[in-house]
Design a protein around this ligand. Sequence first.
Ligand SMILES: Nc1ncnc2c1ncn2[C@@H]1O[C@H](COP(=O)(O)OP(=O)(O)OP(=O)(O)O)[C@@H](O)[C@H]1O
Length: 808
Amino acid sequence: MPSTKTKKVNRTDRRQTEKEELAQLEERCKHPILGTDTMQQFDEMPISQKTVSGLKRANFIKMTDIQRKALPLGLCGKDILGAAKTGSGKTLAFLVPMIEMLYRQKWGPQDGLGALIISPTRELAVQIFEVLRKIGREHSFSAGLIIGGKDWKIERELITKMNILVCTPGRLLQHMDQSAGFDCDNLQLLVLDEADRILDMGFKKTINAIVENLPRQRQTMLFSATQTKSVKDLARLSLKDPEYVAVHEKAEHSTPKNLSQYYMVVPLDQKLDVMFNFIKTHLTSKAIVFLSSCKQVRFVFETFCKLHPGVPLLELHGKQKQQKRAETYAKFAAQKAAYLFCTDIAARGLDFAAVNWVIQLDCPEDPETYIHRVGRTARYEASGQAMLMLCPSEEAGMVSGLEKAKVPIQEVKLKQDAKDHKEPIQKQMQRLCFNDPEIKYLGQKAFISYMRSVYLQKDKVTFDVNALPAETFASSLGLPGAPKIKFVEKKNKEKNAVRGNQKKTESDVSDEEDAQDEEEEEKSKVKALDAKKKKSKKEVVPEAEEEESKDGKQAKSKIEKMFNRKNQGVLAEHYTKLVDHESDSKDKKLSTGEDSDEEFMTIKRVNHDLGGDEIPEGTILPISKRQQRMSKLEKTKNVGQGEKLLFDDEGRAHEMYELEDEASFHAKGDAKSQQQQFLEKEKKVMDRADVDDKALSKEKLREKKAKRKQREKEEMDGYSDSEDEEMVVTLGNPDESGDDYSMDDGQGSESEGDSGEDEESKKRGWWQDKADADEKAAESKKRRKIVEVDEPQTLAEQEALALKLLGL
Ligand SMILES: Nc1ncnc2c1ncn2[C@@H]1O[C@H](COP(=O)(O)OP(=O)(O)OP(=O)(O)O)[C@@H](O)[C@H]1O
C-alpha cells in the first residue's frame, strides 16, 4: 500500500503533468489546429487526457465526419453553425469543445456558470446531460439539468452552483427571472442544439429574453440536421463570423444512407386500419409512430391498447406529467419490440437504440420535420426503415417537397387484401366508442384536433381541410357522426404565424410547460375564447343553418344559439363536458391531454343524442327571444310596489316593522327598565357568541399551523427526492480531488472515512452508475488501510494521531 508520502509525490507529479498538458493544449488550440485533415481518432485532437479517457470508456474512439470538422473549430473558440444528418454525432461535436474550453480555463466553482446548452425538449436535454455525464466522468465541473416538471426549489438552490447547465428555454428563463443569485455574467459558451427549432417563432420571445441576459462576449455554437442560416437569427445571437460546418451539403441525400424510406397513399378513413394491421404483422419491431397532436396520440393509444395488438404500446406527448414522460422514455429505450405513439415532441434529437421503423401516420408539416422524424431510426451506423402515410390530397405536394429536400423515397401500394381484410378495425372502434363515453369523447377531440392541425398548416396546397372526408374519417374513429366544426380566424396574428410557420407551438414541446407557463397560456386561451365569442368570423363548414340577428352584427346558427343557453336547461351538463373546454378539469381521467382547440374553433353541433321529449321537473326552460329583449323597466311595469317582509324560523312571513300596542308595552314596565333588560339580554347573547367565535378562531389557527407544518414536512421530503437529485446534481470526481478547481463540496475528496451506503452514494461521482461506484469502492477498500480514530482533544493526542497516520 502506498504511503502518504508516496501519494503526495504522486499528486504533485500529476499536477505537474496536468500543467504541462494544459500548456500544450493551449498552444495547439491556437487557431488553426494543424493536421486535422488526417486525424481520425479523438486522441489525435488537442483534447485533454481526461476527456479522451471519458470518451474511450463510452466507446467513442473514432470521430464521425461532423466531429472531425467541428472539433478543431470549436476547440479554438470559433462560433459554429453545424449541420449534419440525423444520427451523425452532433452531440459530441459541441460537448467535447465545451468541456475542453472549461478545462483549459481551469474553471471552478468560484467562476460560476461557464457553459449553457439549450435544447427544445426535456427528453433531449436529459439525453445530452447523460452523454455529458459519460464523457465528462474524469472532470470535476458541476453540471445541472434544468427542465420543467421538476422541483423548483431544489433547482433554484443548485442552479447557482453549476458550471454547466443543460436546459430547456422556458425553465431557464423562469430561473433567470425568479432565482435570486442565478448569474450568467461569466458565461463563456452557449450551445443551441436543434438550433433551427429553438430559433423559430415558437421560442422567439423566450430565446430573445434569455440572450438578453447573457454576456455578448462568448462562444456560440448552433447545431441541427436542418440548420438555420437566417441572418436575422444569427444577429439575434450576436454570432461573430461563424464558421458554417456542413457535412451533407454536397451529399446526394439529406437523410442517412442506411435508411429505407417509403410512402403509401392511404385514404384518411383507412389510416388506423392500416396502422393496426401493420402492428399485427410486425410484432417484433420497435417503432415510433408520429401523429399530429396530443389528442390524436391519446386516442390512438387508448383504443389500440384496448384492442390488444400483442406488443407493448407506449405514448409520449407534451401534455403528460414529467415523471410519466421520463418513465415512457426509459421504457421504450429498454424494449426490444414496442410501438411508441408520439407527437413531434420526439421528432428531434432522441437517440433510442435499435428502432426498426419510423411511421408517420399523420403527414409532417414540411420536409424538415420529415427529416427529423425519420432520423429516429438508422442512427450512426445502424439501418432503419421509414413509412409515411399520405392522404390522397397530400401526395403531390409532400412528395415533390421531399424530392426538393433530397429525400429518396419510394411509393408502396396498399395491398388489396389489406383493404378488404375480414374484420376492419372500424367496427371495433365503434364498439369502444359506444361502450365508453370517455373514448367517444377522446375520439371527438382527436377528430377536431386533427382537422385543426390540417387547417392551420401553412402549406395550403398540400394541406386542404376541405378535401378531407370528414364523415368517413369520423366513422373510422368509431364516432356515430362527424362533430361539426367551424374554424375561426385567429385575431392574434403572431400565434397564427407560430403555427403556420411550420414549427409547433410551445404546447407541443415539453419545456414550455412549466406550471407558470401553463397558467399564462390558460389565461390567454380564456381571453382568446372571450374575444372569439364576441367576433365569430370565417366558416369552413357551411352546412349549419344561419340566421342574421336584427342588428346584423353577428351571425349565429340556431343550434349554436341553443347550446349557448347551456346554463338554462338539461343540456347544460352534457354540453359543458363536450364543448366548454375552458372548464375541463385537468384531472379528468381521459382528458388530461388538452390542446387548445377552443382558440380556433367552436363546435356548432355536438355529436350526441339530445334524446327524449320529457323535461325533468325543476328544469328552467329557456325564455323566449321577445322576453330576452324586453328592458328591465318593461318587465317590471305591471308588477306593482313591493312589500318588505321578514320570514321567521317556521317560514312565516311578517312585515318588516310590526308595532306593539301601547298597553302591552306599558304592562311590561317602564321604558328605562325595559331598555336595561334588553341590553342585558343582548349582552349575554353577545358574550356567548364571543366565546364561540374565540373557540372557532383558535381551532382555525390550530388547523392552519398543522397545515403549515405538513407543508414544510412535504417540502423537506421533497428535498430528499432521489429522482430530483438525479436531475440537478453537484458534480465532482473523488479521484481528482487534487484539482485546485474541483467542485465537489468535499464529497469528492480522497476521504479516508467509512464507506457505508450513504457515504458511498455521497462519494459516488455524477458520472457513475451505482454498480460502477461499488466496484470502485471495493477496489479502493482493498488498497486503503482505514484508520478509525476519535477526534483528538489534546496536543499529545494530536501528535499521537499524526504518528499513527504516518505509520510510525
Ligand atoms: N464518434 C462516435 N463513435 C461511435 N458512436 C458515435 C460517435 N458519435 C456519436 N455516436 C453515436 O451516434 C448516435 C447519434 O449521435 P447523436 O445523438 O449525437 O446524433 P445527432 O447528429 O445529434 O442526431 P440528431 O440530428 O438526430 O439529433 C448516438 O447513439 C451516439 O452514441
